[in-house]
Ligand binder design. Structure first.
Ligand code: BGC
Length: 705
């Protein structure tokens, strides 16, 4: 339904609602938390939304809601974060971080679309995704949920996944609402302590954290989730400037805002800025939260405040209008249950997950060991994450929160690395041996057995990483070194003198500083159902890796932050006991072929860039061209380089392509000390190449007036 009609209908309905019915629309009830009986009671009261209900349970709630006086349907939200993973039969994609390694927005769009098809096949309407926080401090527990450290890359992936979730029309029965979260600055909490304060100015908020949300809003994202934390001491939950003035007046957002889990009550119980739930309810609604997740006390508190005059009904009216308008735009009244035609876990969806996993494989070192040569007849697959599907999935599936079912037998199909190596090994005539070596959490270790197994092989594939006990909310890490005996395992294996390839299967960058001495290093992150297969394909050379890192890797926990877009300063940013460079840089990623970049030109009149990329190696591959800018002299410090464009270029052997990219003046703007977006005339350097490393980049300097 078009927006204008939806607004009209919402206004008409609002005029018929009692105050109680209005306030109930603002309540989002946590199904698993309150239980079925209580959930049904809320449905009869007219609660606007429920979260974490699947399948038939959701339909029971919906029927209760439709039996109320005004028959207003409920909207069901779910955390379908990398696939509809809380449903054990669903297709599980790589994590957002792994997907970002593809530098391919189309992959994010497809992941969103397949997820939408599966969520709607479950009768649900809305996913709390994507996460648009930036992961600039890898100690944070939720790095896996992000598209990495860069605002531009995250913004492009965000716009694409939002389109994938929502399709072209909110009323499409096969698509669902997206929710850009967590607004704002949440990934930058001080010390990477989840949900704590972000020590940050509005200028920096605008320069770094706002851009991906702007892209999501431009892509039509229907909902936004408020962050847990605070910025410079003011909780986002009551930050009207950010939730209302910037979001609605500046970015032009027209959907509805939902708080994060229990944000309203946390104003009293965790952040101590409100004395009573009544004060908290009024403040949260006044600041611009339309829907209140989980803090169901909001209902009584808001009604009391309206009665005693501490809140104005216009606040409630505005919020309910936002919610009802989206419900009408979705044609929820006509179709309270999604009527999707797609099947959860169908072959087409599984194929999309496999393709996404392939594109996520990022090769950061290779001395020629990979692809395995024909002389390798036996390979030892070693390591704690080589055969652990829970680790491969990472967070937000049926094994982890919020509906943890850790004892659930993992549902097929999925392929661990060991299994992928076994099936491809059979096809290539290579024998696969296996030993765990040690576990991740340091409670089990059998290095000598692993060494015995490896001795019988011609090469070693070592798979290290983390697991779900070390990932997610409240699981920030002070120490980014590999846990348990993983480093010792590597040292014992490398002492054998055999070729060794290390695979990092983890939620985020870990300090694999020792393992970097391996002959080859693959960063796989959480590859979803077919992560193991994709890695095995790369090892055997059936897949030519094309992933590039969306995040920088520190050498040591004490080196963070190491994101590439640092501000300039003294001493090269180095500690006296470490090189100034990261272990692996943003944008890095190798191929089994080689690419040459040449002939960079930039026309300051048309703001267009040209360069040539050639495949100079011996097999076809995909180059990722990255374009960075540096403002040479500016009124305020600007980053030493900042990504402003990228494109993937598939190239056959000996093929050369001319790449042309166009920019707009806004790509060269900075946020000045007055928080204004301005282009300051002067010289700029454009850099283009296959990574953010200086030595990989062609440069060209020009003047903008
Ligand atoms: C998380 C959100 C999530 C919500 C609902 C919160 O704890 O921060 O990202 O969508 O729970 O599960």
């Amino acid at each position: 339904m078009n927006r204008q009609t939806a607004i009209q209908k919402a206004k008409t309905l609002l005029a018929q609602m009692t105050t109680e019915e209005k306030v109930a629309q603002m309540v989002q009830v946590p199904y698993t938390y309150v239980g079925r009986e209580e959930a049904l009671r809320w449905a009869k009261l007219g609660a606007g939304s429920f979260l974490h209900v699947l399948g038939e349970d959701a339909q029971e709630i919906q029927e209760a809601a439709l039996n109320t006086r005004l028959h207003i349907p409920v909207i069901f939200g779910i955390d379908a974060i990398h696939g509809h993973g809380l449903n054990p039969h669903a297709t599980i994609f790589p994590s957002q971080l792994a997907t970002a390694c593809s530098w391919n927005p189309e992959t994010a769009r497809i992941m969103g679309e397949v997820t939408a098809h599966e969520v709607s096949a479950d009768g649900l309407h809305w996913t709390f995704s994507p996460v648009l926080c930036l992961a600039r401090d890898p100690r944070w527990g939720r790095v896996d949920e992000t598209f990495g450290e860069d605002p531009m890359l995250a913004g492009e992936m965000a716009a694409a996944i939002v389109k994938g979730y929502q399709g072209d029309d909110l009323a499409d029965p096969d698509h669902i609402l997206a929710c850009a979260k967590h607004y704002l600055g949440y990934g930058e909490a001080t010390g990477a302590r989840d949900a704590y304060d972000t020590e940050c100015t509005e200028r920096k908020v605008r320069e770094v954290f706002l851009p991906p949300f702007k892209k999501a809003v431009e892509a039509g994202c229907a909902t936004i989730m408020t962050a847990y934390g605070s910025i410079d001491g003011l909780p986002l939950t009551i930050h009207r400037r950010i939730l209302h003035d910037i979001l609605r007046d500046e970015l032009g957002f027209t959907g509805f805002v939902v708080t994060d889990w229990d944000n309203a009550r946390s104003l009293v119980t965790r952040q101590f800025v409100k004395e009573t739930i009544e004060d908290a309810a009024v403040a949260a609604a006044t600041a611009g939260n339309d829907m209140i997740m989980t803090s169901v006390e909001f209902y009584d508190a808001m009604l009391a405040a309206l009665k005693n005059g501490t809140a104005d009904l216009s606040i409630v009216d505005e919020a309910v209008l936002h919610i009802l308008t989206i419900k009408y735009e979705m044609e929820l009244f006509e179709h309270p249950r999604k009527q999707a035609t797609h099947t959860i876990g169908c072959p087409e969806h599984l194929q999309a997950a496999l393709q996404a996993a392939r594109e996520s494989i990022t090769l950061v070192k290779n001395d020629g060991m990979l692809p395995l040569s024909e002389t390798v007849k036996t390979i030892a697959v070693i390591g704690p994450n080589a055969d652990d599907i829970r680790a491969q999935y990472g967070d937000w599936t049926y094994f982890s929160h919020p509906m943890p079912d850790p004892d659930h037998i993992p549902e097929r199909p999925y392929v661990t690395l060991k299994e992928g190596m076994e099936s491809l090994g059979a096809a290539h005539g290579v024998r696969i041996l296996y030993a765990e070596g040690c576990n991740i959490l340091g409670t089990r270790e059998n290095i000598s057995e692993a060494v015995q197994v490896a001795r019988q092989a011609d090469a070693i594939l070592l798979c290290v990483g983390d697991r779900i006990e070390q990932i997610g909310e409240g699981k920030d890490r002070a120490n980014l070194a590999l846990s348990g005996a993983q480093d010792a395992l590597f040292e014992a294996l490398s002492a054998l003198g055999l070729p060794i390839c290390t695979v990092l299967l983890s939620s985020k960058p870990l300090c694999i500083t020792k393992e970097a001495a391996s002959n080859a290093v693959i960063i796989a992150f959480n590859g979803g159902m077919f992560g193991g297969q994709a890695i095995a394909e790369a090892v055997f050379g059936d897949l030519n890796p094309s992933g590039h890192l969306p995040i920088s890797f520190p050498r040591h926990s004490g080196q963070v932050p190491v994101y590439y877009s640092q501000l300039p300063g003294w001493h090269d940013g180095a500690y006296c006991d470490l090189p100034s460079t990261p272990l692996y840089a943003f944008g890095e990623g190798l191929s089994f072929t080689t690419f040459a970049f040449s002939g960079l030109t930039f026309d300051p009149n048309t703001l267009s860039l040209t360069l040539k990329v050639s495949n100079t190696g011996s097999r076809s591959g995909i180059a990722v061209v990255q374009v960075y800018v540096r403002d040479l002299v500016s009124s305020i410090l600007t980053p030493v380089k900042r990504l402003i464009g990228f494109t993937r270029v598939p190239l056959e052997v000996n093929q050369t392509e001319t790449v042309q990219l166009s920019f707009s003046r806004s790509d060269f703007e900075l946020i000045n000390a007055n928080c204004e977006s301005v282009l300051e005339p002067g010289q700029f350097t454009i850099m283009a190449g296959p990574s953010s490393k200086d030595e990989d980049l062609l440069t060209c300097t020009f003047t903008l007036s």
